[in-house]
Design a protein around this ligand. Sequence first.
Ligand code: DX5
Ligand code: ZN
Length: 218
Amino acid sequence: RHDIAITPSILNADFGSLAAEVARIPSADLVHVDVMDNHFVPNLTFGPAMVESLARAAAQPLDCHLMIADPDRWAPAYVEAGGASVTFHVEAAAAPVRLAREIRAAGGRAGMALRPATPVEPYADLLAELDLLLVMTVEPGFGGQKFLDLCLPKVRRARQLADERGVELRLQVDGGVSVETIERCAEAGADTFVAGSAVYGADDPDTMVGELRALAES
Ligand code: DX5
Ligand code: ZN
């Protein structure tokens, strides 16, 4: 089992001062970068050039969450831009096995994400190709949404499927993760936690990272 990782999302940070915003969370393990294209989700954020600049500015490795159409075409560019971990949505991928292998071959850690209505069972035998499985706990697109408890059985199931196969992947949750909900996620088997508004809405974001970590480890 992996150690707990807290991966704050900068989606709710001040986009005009991203380097400074990232410097406010020194105890984060990775920085979660939400890439959105106005097609897969109705919101638009960063591209590879922004990821390249952030990779230079941040002390931590970047965890890129691609909420984009046609990740088969675009994902490898985010590894080349400096993304340590690159996660694509399986609903958007034409060839997820090939894509995971391409991300790994480019030197990145391969992640695959599931929207709330996407089951994990059909992908059980694909987990061995991944370094990370992201179970979304809101519909992707925006920060500050309410945590969906209905996703927790899938977290539990994903952990079970990975354990049965002896697969050592990180199990990440993203969406509505806060001091109210993180313990439920950890109890279900998640070890990697994205938190956006909980961290950047706090008076002291780094203290919040510590609080979330303590709750996840308890
Ligand atoms: C939502 C993004 C999340 C978002 C989470 O589509 O994938 O990473 O930033 O924000 P909160 O923690 O506010 O739900
Ligand atoms: Zn995300």
